[in-house]
Design a protein around this ligand. Structure first.
Ligand code: PLP
Length: 421
């Protein structure tokens, strides 16, 4: 039996309607910006495997650190014990996070990082004797698939069976020049009508919402109003974190700093799952008390796994290296060049870029998981390019180690697509 046949026997894939799409492509190897299938065919990983493997797949430097750590300490309960990789990671991370971030809390993935952020915010108010139970979130935001994170996600077209069990969320549109007054009016109305505990948002780029982008200055004013009303601000940097917007964190573009930041995806350089929720000293202090009951009673078995921490430290060192920083600037410039070439193409509706994130909307209507979308996906795969269109949006978020030649192949495959329909 082939791998594909054996896959079908027992495996259930995420975001997959198995009746329509029974086949999954086996990938046997990955290195740098390349993926290899069973037949040795190469694919350029144009989205860094969901923005995780930003320093390249199976990066040798990260691999060596993982190996060293695996031989030293594999796993230890993080409640009552500590270890050097977690301590070192906390120091390195606090160094590059916005100045007001002081404490870091571990979990396993982007959804749980947000879950932790939401629970911290709710308990922050609870511990102060205030009952606040409403969360504000953007329309069409995405924060993950666990219950709290799913409730906050506006992209909930497929959440029908669960909606009756969601936590209370009020939504505002992402702000722009035209709607800004309306957004602020809505915000004030929500704040005066409900007991709002927190505002959760993806700063500047909404990944799952087809790389929708918006301006820092408007978001800044929303954050100011929230913080003026003791509403905890939670920046979901799970997608935007670790250099993708051209700065280490998108929050650096915004004057008002968030109280809480959630991160995952590129945190561990694509090697293993881990997530972190950071917060200010003020949040942390609200959990200090002579009573155990005010502590944050949230744990995951693998919290701060030493191997994951060692890998994350290696990732941050790479992010700060001259080579990666130069690569980021190079990719930004290349995307700008491509954009000049393509933005007025009749088949292109709009284009946008923030840092190394580049997206274009095709001039056709398309369902997010419709037939046309799969045709476009297959067009790229045939050419040895892994891009994952979101409806009529095609976006590039390649690893920082992608070469100019590989980038040009990605650009050419998009130009080819435009000529074929
Ligand atoms: C991917 C993502 C999540 C969810 O992370 P998982 O690791 O898939 O649970 C949350 N927020 C944003 C912005 C993301 O891109």
């Amino acid at each position: 039996m082939t791998l594909q046949e054996r896959d079908k026997k027992h495996l259930w894939h995420p975001l997959t309607q198995h009746k329509i799409h029974p086949e999954a492509l086996p990938i046997v190897k990955a290195k740098g910006a390349l993926l290899y299938d069973e037949n040795g065919k190469e694919y350029i990983d144009g989205i860094a495997s969901w923005y995780t493997a930003m320093y390249g797949h199976c990066n040798d430097f990260v691999l060596q650190r993982a190996q060293e750590q695996m031989q030293q300490l594999d796993q230890i309960v993080f409640s009552g014990f500590t270890h050097k990789p977690a301590i070192e990671l906390s120091e390195k991370l606090i160094d590059i996070l916005p100045d007001n971030q002081q404490k870091i809390f571990f979990s396993d993935n982007g959804s749980t990082a947000n879950e932790v952020g939401i629970k911290m915010a709710l308990q922050y108010h609870f511990n102060k004797g205030e009952k606040r139970n409403t969360i504000i979130a953007f329309e069409d935001g995405f924060h993950g698939d666990t219950f709290g994170a799913m409730s906050a996600s506006g992209l909930s077209v497929y959440n029908g069976p669960f909606e009756d069990f969601f936590i209370d969320v009020q939504r505002i549109p992402t702000p722009n020049k035209e709607n800004f007054e309306y957004v602020m009016k809505e915000l004030f109305e929500i704040i005066t009508t409900y007991d709002v505990a927190a505002f959760i948002y993806e700063p500047l780029v909404q990944g799952a919402n087809a790389m929708h982008m918006f301006e820092a200055e408007y978001l800044d004013q929303i954050l100011q109003v929230c913080q003026g009303n003791d509403i905890i601000t939670i920046a979901d940097e799970v997608m935007t974190g670790f250099g993708k917007t051209g700065k280490n964190f998108a929050s650096e573009y915004i004057e008002t700093k968030p109280d809480i930041i959630s991160m995952s995806k590129a945190l561990t350089a694509g090697f293993v799952p881990m997530a972190i929720t950071s917060c200010t000293q003020e949040i942390y202090d609200a959990f200090l008390d002579d009573s155990v009951g005010k502590a944050f009673f949230h744990a995951h078995t693998y919290s701060a796994n030493p191997i994951a921490c060692a890998v994350a430290i290696a990732g941050i060192e790479l992010l700060q290296s001259k080579e990666i920083q130069e690569n980021i600037q190079r990719i930004i410039t290349s995307h700008q060049g491509f954009n000049t070439k393509i933005k007025d193409h009749p088949k292109v509706k709009t284009t946008r870029q923030k840092g190394i994130i580049y997206a274009l909307d095709l001039n056709v209507e398309m369902d997010r998981y419709g037939k046309k979308r799969y045709e476009i996906f297959n067009h790229f795969m045939q050419k040895g390019i892994f891009l994952r269109p979101l409806g009529n949006t095609i976006y590039i978020l390649a690893p920082y180690v992608v070469t100019e030649d590989q980038l040009n192949q990605v650009y050419d495959s998009i130009l080819d697509l435009l000529d074929t329909f």
